[in-house]
Design a binder for this molecule. Structure first.
Ligand SMILES: *Cc1c(COP(=O)(O)O)cnc(C)c1O
Length: 378
């Protein structure tokens, strides 16, 4: 090594101050191999069956890799506008809904010139990416603990609003706990939020809600699009990563009032949505029924898993997504190890619980058998 090389002890280049307090994104891990067992990854809420054949064909035939994509994703926004019944001007695409969320936070949350931090309120535990994106921009995370049943504490979230609050993130269904917010709850919440605060409704699992049967006496999960006309401060986030099985292609979008989209377009990374991702997304919209057939199968599998967990005495929160949450507390790591020894990877949050994605039918069978063997209940 030359005398000019930097060792980790004497780094010459330092990142911005905020880096010292950022949590690391721990992506769902692949399973560890076990002799004689097929491995299954149940740690990232992916669609185990991948894109539908009509979309897979488009991916195989794609021949414009040498061309830049349309920076405005015009074909995709046009297809979405028709499909969702909104104006194409109200849609901004991004590299996954994370890309779209990043545009929103870049546009509306950071630090003022005098160094005071903007505040971003969200439930916790919720999507792991939130604290990282918020922190990177120099804004302050205000995390409101979930209710004991894993649902957002919307009253406490509304009460946490200050004159520094710029953005509120509502994750419905909540990743990793599963409960969803209803339209009535969301409308009541919005009456308490100042109109200059942006309210993001992250609906990454929306299709799994519409495919779910709502239990008697309960109300259906919100469709954020219904709120946009009454609330110009609302932004709805959706993605093609989960239901459509395109997580690896990175395409998602937001829908909001043009008063907001004008800033999101400025904040967007140019060419973030590739032409390949755009073509796959458009085809997924054109073949919605085939996509929803796959979603309905996953939801039926989820209901099979949930019913068995109830029989076994697990007390788990209601889930409207493609995963279940086992609030195992101190037994979390033991469950994680047991799953790993059966070639299943799950998402463990140490000391809190385990999120397990609904996967291939055989993977779900194996998950159930692990739950049968596990000595602790929640
Ligand atoms: C998976 C997920 C996303 C989607 O991320 P993409 O960037 O679209 O892949 C967004 N929000 C939540 C809550 C998620 O669980």
């Amino acid at each position: 090594m030359s005398e000019h090389s930097n060792t980790p002890e004497t780094p010459a280049i330092q990142p911005r101050h905020v880096f010292s307090s950022l949590p690391k994104y721990a992506a769902g891990k692949p399973p560890t191999p076990v002799e004689g067992l097929k491995q299954y990854k149940l740690s990232s809420n992916e669609n185990p069956h991948g894109p539908i054949p009509e979309v897979a064909r488009i991916l195989a035939d794609f021949d414009a890799t040498h061309r830049y994509p349309d920076p405005l994703s015009t074909k995709l926004r046009t297809a979405l506008a028709h499909h969702l019944g909104v104006d194409a001007h109200n849609i901004v695409t991004g590299a996954g809904s994370l890309g779209a969320l990043n545009q929103i936070l870049k546009a509306f949350a950071g630090a003022s010139l005098d160094g005071t931090q903007d505040e971003v309120i969200y439930a916790w535990r919720s999507f792991e990416a939130y604290p990282i994106l918020v922190g990177l921009l120099g804004a302050k995370s205000v995390q409101i603990p979930n209710l004991p049943n894993g649902a957002h504490d919307l009253n406490a979230m509304a009460q946490a609003v200050t004159d520094r609050t710029r953005v509120i993130l509502v994750c419905t269904p909540n990743n990793p706990t599963g409960p969803a917010v209803t339209e009535a709850q969301m409308r009541e919440f919005l009456t308490k939020i100042p109109e200059n605060v942006v309210v993001v409704i992250d609906e990454a699992y929306y299709e799994f809600c519409t495919a779910s049967t709502v239990p008697a006496g309960q109300n259906a999960p919100v469709n954020g699009l219904n709120l946009l006309n009454d609330h110009p401060n609302v932004i709805v986030l959706r993605t093609f990563s989960k239901a459509q099985g395109l997580a690896g292609l990175r395409v998602g979008y937001s829908v909001s009032h043009p008063q907001l989209t004008q800033y999101l377009r400025v904040a967007a990374t140019p060419f973030a949505v590739t032409a390949l991702a755009e073509a796959a997304a458009v085809a997924s919209i054109e073949h919605e029924e085939a996509v929803m057939d796959g979603v309905r199968h996953i939801v039926a599998e989820r209901e099979r898993v949930v019913a068995r967990l109830h029989e076994l005495g697990y007390n788990i929160p209601q889930t409207y997504a493609n995963f279940v949450w086992l609030p195992l507390g101190e037994h979390t790591e033991a469950f994680n190890k047991l799953a790993a020894s059966h070639a299943l990877s799950v998402r463990a949050f140490d000391g809190e619980g385990v999120r397990v994605s609904i996967g291939e039918d055989e993977a779900n069978d194996r998950f159930i058998s692990i739950c049968e063997q596990f000595p602790h209940r929640v």
